[in-house]
Design a protein around this ligand. Structure first.
Ligand SMILES: C=C(O[C@@H]1C=C(C(=O)O)C=C[C@H]1O)C(=O)O
Ligand SMILES: NC(=O)CC[C@H](N)C(=O)O
Length: 888
């Protein structure tokens, strides 16, 4: 650079110093976008604006109506480029040759010189760049997803974006590759190519200067030459095939980003490119989570300063649960007393119940050691929402078992969606974090479930059909004011009541007495230490043994399991999509249906639960509760649950936490990927580690970890997400699982802001709560694969449009302080009251049968084998199904 121009460039730099650099990020509906945006902002200090390849922004039209997101025209897009120092084209599903998959990327490559803007293409964006300049796009011999590879580059070319960058390894997520003719000369030996040819532009793509390569050793012993980086020789375009944002890409790789940006700015200066500052950009500054719903709800709450919307003020139920104080009694928990003793003492087995049971865990999440039992659920106010309805039902059941007071809150009257309504409801009842001195995990608040379909509609409303042939709730959350928390670690129980301020609390006394004088409680106290309930004693149950250990097999139950060959074909179909570049990983699932003569149905009379089954045809006495007790003994899990709510019955032995959030905004997710069945050969964690710490399993885990980081970044913001535990192997009753912990801090929760100030402080991003994090991250990435949206669409096709329903959804709570914990609904059997199967007339049955379902599946990658996946699915199915077979 000549002296004169350096001076000029310094002057230009100082003139623009006041203005932060601006990058436009074009998102191809990927699930890693926020991780890249976070890097761009932390490493380059630039402002990043995100739009999507179809030029839609996440902004609603200015008046907040429902006409959908603001979308730029192509002309506006080109015109708006002048407001950015540079553009990044991101990764994504599909092919760079398909206009719908790359959208706006294609508008960048052939702009007239005066409109040109520096661009970095990453993965799909890189492939689009190469395809636009003579390169071909072909499939890799075998896709590389979540694979960490050495990136070969030259560090000795001044001005190059790899200049002085040390050797590093980076994560790859691609099935397609850019072919600039690296294999066209079959006679050129690999070594010769490495020495001479690989850094020179090829005849096929003469404008592209290769900058980096990876070599993949293939079965035939030859290395597949994979282009990893290019630069356009005259235009300001650079591209990288690898994912510099992955948690497993070595940080040394980040220097490439700095070099690129420096080169881009230098190009702007050399061209005298002025950045126009319109300040009119109406677009998201961090990619929103791939979840329009949560963003819309959150934004509207943020705009509304008084904390409560019009739609709620008029309702008859608006005062329920408001202005309550938290009261509690803490009593010692006798050794050996767990959820079953409490449930039996309080007679909770028949009517509606919500029991989150983690007293029966083997070596699971050490954080999940409290069980939460909702009391008097039948009379708790609840929110129910059926996807695609334009209203939310709020119901306060009557004491006499009647429907009670019902209110429908129309979404046409102002609220954008159910998240906004429940968040508002919560906000008006929330308690300051330090308002009590108990360490109770839950102090009263929301408990319930959310289906997989609710998550789908958050990705795209079109993904769930308007007419599903039933009216079951996809969101069912009860506002629980009376509860019991068993703190198994501290050995205490908290009997709790959120009661109207100033009222007396006989209830608290009487329930405490009832529990303490119950048979189970007293018996355990007398018997001392050898309690039988905690499951720790019988955790090591082998699947096969467990299928028969109960003795009698019940022949009245009928079970239809998935067809193994059909499942294998579905695995292959998944792999075809992956090989075509449409997905990086797909969590395929299937359902088993089980029927039995209808069991005793609970009814509620004068507030007393009774079973009316005596009048019905039943020749067995296994109630859902008794089935659950067998399940929790055989499959002890940190996130067990027994739920009867909203017409659903759910018996869960889930090992997987989806999301926990504290009252101080700390979010923690625990994606689980990598499963190995326990056997004589694999009975210790060390043995399981050998099996799980292999590229296939680690890749499976890594893909979801990067996806979950993206989801959390979307609400927690730039630089606020970390991975404290990567790929840890844990032991469960019948399987070993590999888990990763991803933590994020919701912004705005500084100590001085926590108490009291949060409400009303809507300009601060602290208005984000655990509910926003939840809404942003559904459906659980570990149940979808990546990228989430395209993978869900593909799975709907492969799974035959069958609803997953409660399976693949979440179960959990968020209490008045904002603390919450949600598990992924897997290893669970469930039924809906309204679903029935024809009677077995040959067996003399006249009444319809009840239908139970279990979903099971696993993540399919390019390295999966159909048989392996089939076995994994049946292994996961075996636990709950065996329980049903033996007890139902
Ligand atoms: C799909 C299931 O489990 C999911 C898939 C896992 C895997 O692929 O290893 C592990 C845990 C879950 O996230 C299931 O249990 O049915
Ligand atoms: N991560 C990506 O951008 C992938 C690009 C393309 N879909 C492929 O599989 O090769």
């Amino acid at each position: 650079m000549a002296m004169g121009s350096r001076v000029e460039s310094e002057a230009a730099a100082s003139a623009s110093a006041a203005r932060p650099r601006r990058i436009l990020f074009i998102d191809a509906y990927d699930s890693f976008t926020n991780n890249i945006v976070s890097l761009l902002r932390t490493i380059l200090g630039a402002e990043v604006f995100v739009i999507r390849i179809d030029l839609s922004t996440l902004e609603k039209t200015a008046d907040g109506d429902e006409s959908g997101p603001v979308r730029w025209t192509e002309a506006e897009f080109v015109n708006n480029l002048a407001q950015f120092d540079a553009v990044v084209c991101g990764p994504g599903p599909g092919s760079p040759l398909n206009p719908d998959d790359v959208g706006a990327f294609r508008l960048l490559w052939h702009l007239p010189p005066h409109l040109q803007v520096p661009v970095l293409g990453i993965c799909l964006g890189f492939q689009s760049l190469v395809a636009a300049h003579g390169g071909a796009i072909r499939r890799l011999q075998r896709g590389l997803h979540g694979m960490v590879r050495e990136i070969e580059h030259r560090d000795d070319v001044p001005g190059d974006i790899f200049h002085r960058v040390p050797d590093f390894k980076a994560t790859l997520y691609h099935s397609l590759c850019a072919d600039i003719g690296q294999d066209d000369d079959p006679d050129m030996l690999y070594e010769e190519w490495r020495r001479l040819a690989r850094w020179a532009p090829t005849a096929k793509a003469p404008e592209l200067q290769p900058l980096a390569w990876a070599t993949e050793t293939r079965e035939d012993g030859r290395g597949e030459r994979i282009l990893m980086g290019v630069r356009h020789v005259s235009k300001p375009f650079w591209g990288l095939q690898y994912h510099l944002e992955s948690v497993c890409t070595e940080p040394a790789a980040h220097a490439v980003l700095e070099n690129w940006f420096r080169s881009a700015l230098r190009w702007n200066e050399a061209r005298g490119r002025r950045i126009r500052d319109d300040s009119l950009l109406q677009i998201q500054t961090l990619s929103p989570p791939n979840h329009l719903e949560s963003v819309a709800a959150h934004k509207r709450r943020a705009v509304r300063r008084d904390g409560e919307a019009e739609w709620w003020k008029s309702g008859a139920l608006r005062d329920v649960g408001r202005d309550c104080e938290y009261t509690y009694r803490t009593i010692p928990l006798p050794h050996g007393v767990g959820v079953p003793e409490v449930v039996e003492a309080l007679g909770l087995t028949a009517g509606e119940s919500i029991i989150l049971d983690s007293s029966s865990s083997k070596n699971g999440d050490p954080l999940a050691l409290s069980s939460i039992v909702a009391l008097e659920v039948e009379t708790a106010l609840r929110f129910e929402f059926h996807v695609s309805d334009n209203f939310v039902t709020v119901r306060l059941p009557g004491l006499d078992g009647s429907l009670g007071r019902v209110e429908t809150v129309s979404l046409d009257d102002g609220a954008t969606n159910v998240w906004e309504i429940i968040s508002d409801f919560w906000e008006a009842r929330s308690h300051p974090r330090n308002s009590t001195d108990t360490n109770s995990a839950f102090k009263g608040g929301f408990m319930g479930f959310i289906t997989y379909e609710m998550g789908l509609q958050g990705l795209d409303k079109k993904m769930v059909s308007g007419d599903r042939g039933h009216r079951r709730p996809d969101v069912c959350l009860a506002w629980v004011s009376k509860s019991l928390v068993l703190d198994h670690k501290a050995g205490v129980a908290h009997v709790q009541h959120l009661r109207p301020r100033g009222s007396d609390d006989e209830w608290l006394m009487s329930v405490t007495d009832k529990i303490q004088t119950s048979h189970g409680w007293l018996r355990s106290e007398r018997n001392g230490v050898n309690g039988h309930v905690n499951g720790h004693t019988n955790g090591h149950v082998n699947v096969h043994k467990s299928l028969v250990q109960n003795g009698h097999l019940n022949h009245r139950a009928k079970i239809r399991t998935p067809c193994p060959t059909a499942y294998e074909e579905q695995v292959q179909a998944c792999q075809d999509f992956i090989a075509a570049g449409e997905s990086y990983e797909l969590c395929l699932t299937s359902q088993t249906t089980m029927t039995r003569p209808r069991g005793p149905r609970p009814s509620i009379t004068n507030g007393v639960q009774q079973a009316n089954g005596a009048k019905q045809q039943t020749s067995y006495d296994s109630t859902p509760w008794s089935i659950y007790q067998t399940l929790r003994k055989r499959q002890p899990a940190p996130f067990g649950s027994f739920i009867r709510l909203g017409g659903a019955t759910m018996l869960s032995s889930s090992p997987e936490r989806f999301l926990s959030h504290s009252s101080t905004g700390l979010c923690s997710m625990r994606p689980m990927k990598g499963t190995v069945r326990k056997s004589v050969a694999v009975s210790t964690v060390a043995q399981a580690e050998k099996i799980l710490h292999i590229p296939k399993e680690e890749a499976e885990n890594l893909m979801i970890v990067d996806l979950v980081r993206h989801d959390l970044h979307g609400v927690c913001g730039v630089g606020n997400v970390i991975v404290p535990d990567l790929m840890k192997v844990e032991e469960y009753a019948t399987v070993f699982q590999m888990i990763t912990v991803v933590n994020g801090q919701l912004p705005g929760y500084q100590q001085d802001k926590i108490d009291g100030m949060r409400r009303g402080d809507y300009d601060s991003p602290s208005a984000y709560t655990g509910l926003d994090a939840l809404a942003a991250a559904l459906p659980p990435g570990s149940m979808t694969g990546a990228p989430k949206k395209r993978s869900c669409e593909i799975l709907q096709v492969i799974e035959g449009q069958q609803e997953r329903s409660l399976y693949s959804g979440v179960v959990g709570y968020m209490d008045v302080t904002g603390a919450g914990d949600w598990s992924v609904t897997i290893r669970t059997m469930f039924r809906w009251d309204d679903e029935e199967a024809p009677p077995d007339e040959a067996a003399g049955e006249t009444e319809p049968r009840e239908v139970w379902r279990i979903g099971a599946g696993g993540a399919v990658t390019i390295l999966s084998t159909p048989e392996g996946e089939r076995d994994e699915m049946f292994t996961k199915l075996a636990g709950p199904m065996g329980v049903f077979r033996d007890t139902a």
